[in-house]
Design a protein around this ligand. Structure first.
Ligand SMILES: [Mg+2]
Length: 184
């Protein structure tokens, strides 16, 4: 089965954060908090997946308050932080949504992602992933982590499912920021 056939079955897309949604750089501030940057085109891709009825989720070994805000903005409901054993988080997500592994895609960049990538129905690697990860994935992006790789992966899935063109036609509605909370 090739990657496009695998993509047709995907109902949920899971992502690693550091090195996948970011370029892997961590700016550590004097108080110990970390700053990282995300790519706007990955964000729109995640919104488009949501608009297509595909669930999205995050499994990361680290913990970040900013990630919670970013995930909230993009409609990512399942955020598993501090997941040093990503396999456990993957299992919990499958059970919660009653999904089989072949219905779930995962994109990552490094060795800690392998236990999940080996189970996912569609395994994706960013262009600058470690060699071991790239060797085991069904789809290797041409773009690196934090530079549009997640968008490329989502686009590949949505195109395989024949949903891409319809989503592009609705882009103004999909990209619209969520309404601000009412002032109390
Ligand atoms: Mg990573």
């Amino acid at each position: 089965m090739d990657a496009a056939e695998r993509a047709c079955r995907i109902a949920m897309i899971l992502m690693d954060v550091d090195g996948t949604l970011t370029d892997g750089t961590l700016c550590v501030q004097p108080d110990g908090t970390e700053l990282k940057s995300y790519h706007v085109r990955d964000g729109l891709g995640i919104l488009m997946a949501g608009a297509a009825g595909i669930k999205t989720g995050i499994i990361t070994g680290k913990t970040s308050k900013a990630l919670v805000r970013r995930a909230d903005r993009l409609g990512i409901k399942d955020v598993h932080q501090g997941a040093l054993d990503k396999r456990g988080a993957f299992k919990a997500i499958l059970e919660k949504h009653e999904l089989r592994p072949e219905q779930v895609a995962f994109i990552g960049d490094d060795l800690g992602d392998l236990p999940v990538l080996e189970q996912a129905g569609l395994a994706g690697a960013v262009a600058d992933a470690s060699a071991e990860v790239k060797a085991r994935c069904h789809y290797v992006c041409s773009l690196p982590g934090g530079r549009g790789a997640v968008r490329e992966f989502i686009e590949f899935i949505l195109k395989a499912q024949g949903k891409w063109d319809g989503l592009c036609a609705r882009i103004t509605e999909i990209g619209k920021p969520a309404a601000p909370a009412p002032v109390q």
